[in-house]
Design a protein around this ligand. Structure first.
Ligand SMILES: [Zn+2]
Length: 300
């Protein structure tokens, strides 16, 4: 699926989830806006496993080098980051950061429980596979890549754990800020504006804009507790989106490499750019009107 469709489907998914969740969790309109943007951005995040993807080119060489590292650790494009285990890792990182930010262990416990559920679902899918299936591209191009990836992953987790012990709030804010900047920049990149009110703009502005926006959000003490839910929803929406395009996703990576999903059409096909985009836009527009009370006001 193309980056634009992923982002749009993420915004749509947040709108749909917010219909029952917004009144229950008393979500304020500003949280709805933040949740929509972060979900749309997180819906392109799994493609950070490929240096050529839009999200990997967001901050030039910086994000491209990071994308190469992620691709290496996750076994290449449409591999680890497109699996339930990958979703569990994204989820644990963002819930862990929120626990430090909100200074409450409950977030870590909740995030850990969700991640265990996701990883267990991946294992169950692999276990339920009939013998002889499970053939696909390898989990890693070479076996030793997997071993080195475990070492790199362990070193990263240890470094974050030490930082969290020494500077708990700063570490939480740092990880959340990095995620916010990356997801917002990914969205801004997709809706590039070369002109604003007739003024020609350098095209880098939309990549850099999320930095002052994030600084302002943090300085103003914005409530960021919507971010972990938005990131999880965005990542899962991305995986679901790639499952309906040819190629599918290795949900049970690295235990099984079977590419799963109905795989109905190819990426950037007329079905994706036509009916799929239109349906996503229409559902997003209706849910946005409903969640902000516009539909209720019109009916009153
Ligand atoms: Zn993808």
């Amino acid at each position: 699926m193309m980056g634009k469709t992923h982002a749009l489907s993420g915004a749509m998914a947040f709108g749909l989830v917010a219909v029952p969740a917004a009144p229950l969790a008393h979500l304020h309109p500003r949280e709805l806006v933040l949740g929509t943007v972060v979900t749309a951005g997180a819906a392109v995040l799994p493609d950070i496993d490929h240096p050529g993807s839009g999200v990997s080119r967001t901050f030039g060489p910086l994000t491209r080098v990071f994308a190469r590292l992620v691709g290496w650790i996750s076994g290449g494009h449409r591999n680890g980051t497109h699996s339930l285990l990958g979703a569990a890792v994204f989820n644990l990182a963002v819930f862990g950061a929120t626990a430090l930010y909100a200074q409450s262990l409950l977030w870590l416990v909740g995030g850990l429980a969700l991640s265990i559920l996701l990883a267990a679902a991946g294992l169950l899918i692999a276990a339920a596979e009939p013998p002889g299936r499970g053939k696909g591209k390898p989990a890693y191009k070479r076996r030793w890549h997997g071993v080195v990836s475990i070492w790199i992953g362990s070193a990263t987790v240890s470094a974050l754990a030490v930082a969290a012990l020494l500077f708990p709030r700063h570490t939480g804010v740092g990880v959340l800020a990095a995620l916010l900047i990356l997801t917002m920049a990914a969205v801004a990149r997709l809706v590039k504006t070369r002109r604003l009110f007739g003024v020609r703009l350098k095209h880098e502005w939309d990549d850099a804009l999320p930095i002052p926006v994030t600084v302002a959000l943090l300085a103003l003490g914005a409530d960021l507790r919507i971010v972990p839910f938005a990131v999880l929803l965005g990542v899962l929406t991305h995986i679901a989106g790639d499952m309906i395009t040819l190629g599918g996703c290795p949900l049970a990576w690295p235990r099984s490499q079977t590419m799963r999903g109905p795989q109905l059409f190819r990426t950037n096909s007329p079905i994706e750019t036509g009916p799929i985009t239109l349906v996503c836009l229409a559902v997003f527009a209706v849910t946005a009107c409903w969640n902000t009370g516009i539909l209720t006001a019109l009916g009153a």
